[in-house]
Ligand binder design. Structure first.
Ligand SMILES: NC(=O)c1ccc[n+]([C@@H]2O[C@H](COP(=O)([O-])OP(=O)(O)OC[C@H]3O[C@@H](n4cnc5c(N)ncnc54)[C@H](OP(=O)(O)O)[C@@H]3O)[C@@H](O)[C@H]2O)c1
Length: 291
């Protein structure tokens, strides 16, 4: 029997999940958005479901209710739903925020719903017809009954369910943003810095991206300690001196970030046993002189 689901906030992620679920053993029932136009677009994309601007009416149609509104709307939507007359016992309600925990749904828990959060560790920039979330980790936490159903749901669309402690959701999300969004900012700094070579950021990306991809592969295959290469891992102090000269051409924030990360690299090299403590101390002193 196909399980009915509702999506409240059928935007980029909501539509994506809805389409993937509808392709499996799940039946789209209620779809709500701020605007009816958007809810109708969601129905076309998902291939079913009744579009509405009423979250309560959408939720009433299903036992599994996914809230994929922007984060700021999750608590207000939970309160709005809890004020309605719908019986909540036996319903599973989950939101898709990475930073908020299932506690955001306490108003519904107090009404008898089994609540959880389910967050795909993926960047869905647009709802695309050929979308796949196969192999994507989904962080899940919440009431045991809801977690059981959601783990199954995630596995059914090819995702990889992982458990994150409720109190660590903000930390989990911060790390995701740091490794993904901050990395983008760092790469942008590096590409901009390459103008001293007489090339623009696009050409710089072409020049350096194979190296960056290879590095990510190495970290994935070997872990960070063994993946570290370069002058710090070799204890090459003379090369570091050349770098500190070149660094003078770059902005102060890039110099600071470089210094902090190079200190981390020094610890990694020590852990890997590729440099001695004496060489590490010389490198730390040199890095401390970066303006
Ligand atoms: N996109 C991603 O890569 C991604 C990945 C992981 C997790 N998430 C999480 O998923 C959630 C949604 O993100 P998104 O990127 O999909 O956002 P989005 O594309 O902006 O979609 C949000 C949807 O929510 C609707 N909405 C706004 N306020 C509402 C309300 N009060 N009641 C009902 N519907 C409402 C909007 O309706 P209208 O279209 O009518 O404005 C829109 O359809 C967020 O919690 C986000 O943290 C997103």
């Amino acid at each position: 029997m196909r399980r009915e689901f509702a999506i409240l906030g059928a935007g980029r992620l909501g539509r994506t999940l809805g389409r993937l679920l509808a392709r499996r053993d799940y039946l789209p029932a209620g779809l709500s958005c701020r605007t009816l136009r958007s809810a109708r677009q969601a129905r076309r994309f998902i291939g079913g479901g009744v579009p509405t601007t009423s979250n309560l009416q959408a939720a009433a149609r299903a036992r599994i209710v996914l809230i994929a509104t922007p984060d700021r709307e999750i608590v207000p939507v939970a309160r709005e739903l809890a004020r309605g007359r719908l019986p909540w016992t036996g319903r599973i309600v989950a939101h898709t925020s990475g930073a908020l925990s299932s506690a955001a749904l306490d108003p519904l828990k107090n009404r008898g719903a089994s609540v959880a959060s389910v967050h795909p560790l993926a960047s869905v920039a647009a709802a695309r017809a050929d979308v796949e979330l196969r192999g994507t980790p989904f962080a899940i936490e919440g009431a045991p009954g809801a977690v059981r159903v959601l783990r199954r749901l995630v596995a059914d669309i090819g995702g990889h369910p992982v458990t994150i402690p409720r109190e660590a959701k903000a930390l989990y999300h911060l790390i995701a943003c740091s490794l993904s969004n901050d990395l983008v900012a760092y790469l942008a700094c590096g590409f901009a810095g390459a103008k001293g070579l007489g090339i623009g950021p696009r050409q710089a990306a072409r020049l350096y991206l194979p190296l960056i991809r290879g590095t990510v592969d190495n970290v994935s295959n070997l872990g960070p300690v063994k993946a570290l290469t370069g002058p710090i891992s070799r204890g090459d102090v003379a090369t570091l001196r050349l770098h500190s000269e070149a660094l003078r051409t770059l902005p102060a924030d890039v110099r600071r970030v470089h210094r902090i990360l190079a200190l981390r690299s020094t610890s990694l090299a020590l852990q890997a046993g590729t440099i001695t403590t004496e060489v590490a101390a010389r490198m730390v002193r040199l890095l401390g002189t970066i303006p």
